[in-house]
Design a protein around this ligand. Structure first.
Ligand code: GAL
Length: 661
């Protein structure tokens, strides 16, 4: 971690302000206890105002000013948005949309990841920045580009087509291999030569799903390759840790972060509450747990969040009093060792001028600023938690590749969306008070009592075998519908669904029978299902519940199979929230999982962080009633001793260092 304890940080864009504001800024940063400041994120047009003419005066002054005030620097390489002279000189670097039209500059990230000109120019800037600041004592972290692939992950120009072909040659070896992988016998798509292969540009009908899936994989790899190139330059001049900010979030799914995570020195995530979702706070908890999964269970950085409203959703809700602090501490509970914000001072101009900031437009005589001071004090009191890890014996499997494949163009039901299904399963665990790790399908599962496998549509042979072996050895799994359907090439696994998990689950499905979006089915235990049913026969499983109406009365909807030394549950419909919770509760109970939190609507979250010698219980109360929790120790936020019963007021968070473990 770049700073000791639980760090407080922010993005800082001094280019937007005059030097007298900079002096005021560092004074206020000191007052707020800011430890780490990300600068030069969008610095390119400032540092290289004309081709090959560099001007580091402004950045030098900022670096020195921060250093004098003992504020550490998370130094951006400055390459996230090309300057106007570059896109004017080389319009070929601009991204191309699926319909072949160019996307113009005027926003940000207007560059094609496969553009050699862009890469050469960007690396030249990185070289200068790294050489100049690589050994500066204030620089404790490198911030490569910014949210790589946020807008420009998929480019459809000729340079990309060439790079895609090179990537495909490596993957398939021969054009016949590609034909086989993509199933090109369908619709007369057979290729005779690599030059005929294109990115999946806009077409008149549904496109080839294998081609689309590989284009996702390629595009993620292409940006990772770009990241590696920047890292290589930085490494030549600096030994400081290097990272880039991930976007583990509900609305962006462009990169397979399981392949990225091993390449960053510190996992860092940007998270913004998304009010387009039904349960934004539950999604925050999920994203934090997934980020911890990317960090291999180790502490990670919250690189960006907002103090209050963002400016890029249709309705940008301000945070309620206490919400910012509560959400920040939810990230800490779930493994973050630093809490950083976009951005320090609210911009007066530009596309994000209505985005909240630590210093709002109205200045420091504001509730937002006072909340920042309170957060800072609280984080200081939690410093001793840094370095500990989250304690749980339940895992949920998550896969970007499954997301890409599941949400394809032609599928049984467009109302079945991967992330919704993942969230439903995650929320059921959260509502019964169970903390879960979110891990890759190929992860080592041996230490978990229960593994939830929601809608894992695409699963490789190896992944399926690992899940199988985990259960055979005594593990418990709960699989939800539309899992195990296709292999790594998006090819349907034949012989009956859910192909990869048929034996494990002891069921065989002849046909999917999705429901219209507003229909419901009833099960014989009174539960309701929606969106999905399937013509299922048990082979070795026991039916747990059957449909009493809908298209398949009498057919099992929930099953349980004893398998080796373990057990495998299957849920073949989208159980309405309470009913899914009932099944998850029963599966957890039978697996010997002991929930830490109370059961409810998820508004009270209890998470334990610790190590061999310490244990901290976080109780987060998002609800509008005070709650009590049984624990003994020292409460760190208020400094009060707790003897058996902790009271957590509505909207607050308490953290108890437990007595002797
Ligand atoms: C992130 C980005 C920041 C800022 C922020 C606004 O996507 O990295 O630069 O745009 O969102 O919420």
């Amino acid at each position: 971690m770049p700073v000791a304890g639980i760090g407080l940080g922010c993005d800082y864009n001094p280019e937007q302000w005059s030097p007298d504001v900079w002096r005021e800024d560092v004074r206020l940063m000191r007052q707020a206890g800011v430890d780490l400041v990300a600068i030069n994120i969008f610095g390119w047009s400032y540092l290289e105002p004309r081709p090959n003419e560099y001007d580091f005066d402004g950045l030098d002054r900022i670096v020195e000013l921060l250093h004098e005030h003992n504020i550490k620097i998370n130094l951006g390489t400055g390459t996230s948005s090309p300057p106007p002279w570059l896109t004017t000189m080389h319009p070929e670097i601009l991204p191309t949309a699926p319909d072949g039209t160019k996307r113009y500059p005027g926003g940000r990230q207007a560059w094609c990841p496969s553009s050699p000109v862009f890469r050469r120019r960007a690396l030249a800037l990185v070289e200068r920045v790294a050489r100049r600041y690589g050994k500066h004592p204030a620089v404790v972290l490198w911030h490569v580009s910014n949210e790589l692939g946020c807008h420009n992950a998929h480019c459809y120009d000729e340079e990309t087509a060439e790079a895609f072909r090179r990537w495909l040659r490596k993957r398939y070896g021969s054009i016949d291999g590609l034909n086989d992988g993509w199933g090109t016998s369908f619709w007369s798509q057979r290729y005779g030569d690599w030059s005929e292969v294109q990115p999946p540009r806009q077409a008149l009908s549904a496109r080839n799903p294998g081609q689309i899936l590989d284009f996702h994989r390629f595009s993620s790899d292409e940006l990772l390759d770009y990241y590696r190139d920047e890292v290589e330059v930085l490494r030549r001049h600096s030994t400081v840790p290097i990272t880039t900010n991930f976007m583990v979030t509900a609305h962006i799914r462009n990169l397979d972060y399981w392949t990225w995570a091993p390449e960053v020195d510190v996992v860092a995530n940007d998270h913004y509450l998304d009010h387009r979702l039904d349960e934004p706070t539950a999604e925050l908890a999920f994203a934090a747990d997934l980020t911890r999964g990317l960090a291999g269970g180790r502490p990670w950085m919250l690189m960006e969040q907002s103090v209050s409203a963002v400016s890029w959703q249709p309705h940008n809700l301000a945070k309620a009093p206490g919400e910012m602090i509560r959400n920040s501490l939810t990230h800490v509970a779930r493994g973050a060792d630093s809490v950083c914000f976009f951005q320090w001072r609210a911009s007066a101009q530009g596309a994000e001028k209505f985005h909240s900031a630590l210093v709002p437009h109205a200045g420091t005589d504001t509730e937002a600023w006072r909340a920042v001071l309170r957060l800072s004090e609280t984080l200081d009191r939690l410093d001793e938690v840094a370095g500990t890890t989250v304690d749980t014996d339940v895992a949920l499997l998550f896969s970007w590749q499954s997301w890409w494949s599941c949400d394809g163009e032609s599928r049984p039901s467009h109302a079945v969306r991967y992330l919704d299904q993942v969230h439903l399963a995650y929320n059921a665990l959260r509502e019964i008070g169970v903390t879960t790790d979110v891990v890759a399908p190929a992860a080592d599962l041996s230490r978990y009592r229960l593994v939830i496998v929601p809608c894992l549509h695409l699963v490789s042979d190896q992944e399926a075998a690992a899940i199988d072996a985990y259960v055979a050895a005594g593990g418990h799994v709960l699989v939800t519908f539309y899992s195990g359907i296709v292999d790594q090439d998006d090819r349907v696994r034949l012989g009956g669904y859910p192909g990869a998990f048929r034996d494990l689950l002891g069921v065989r499905v002849e046909e999917f029978a999705p429901l219209p979006p507003d229909a419901e089915v009833t099960l014989d235990n009174g539960a309701k299902g929606r969106l999905w049913t399937e013509r299922l026969c048990t082979t070795t499983a026991e039916p747990v519940a059957r449909y009493v109406d809908g298209p398949l009365p009498g057919v099992p909807a929930v099953t349980r199979n004893a398998y080796g030394a373990g057990a495998a549950w299957y849920v073949a419909t989208e159980l309405r929230a309470g009913a899914l919770r009932d099944v998850v509760r029963e599966a957890s109970r039978m697996a010997g999982v002991r929930p830490l939190g109370p059961e409810g609507d998820g508004s009270v979250e209890v998470v334990r962080r610790g190590d061999a010698s310490r244990s901290y219980v976080f109780v987060v109360n998002h609800g509008n009633r005070d709650v009590e929790y049984a624990v003994t120790g020292l409460e760190l936020v208020t400094g009060a001793a707790v003897d058996g019963l902790l009271r957590v007021p509505s909207g607050e968070v308490r953290v108890v260092r437990e007595e002797s473990i």
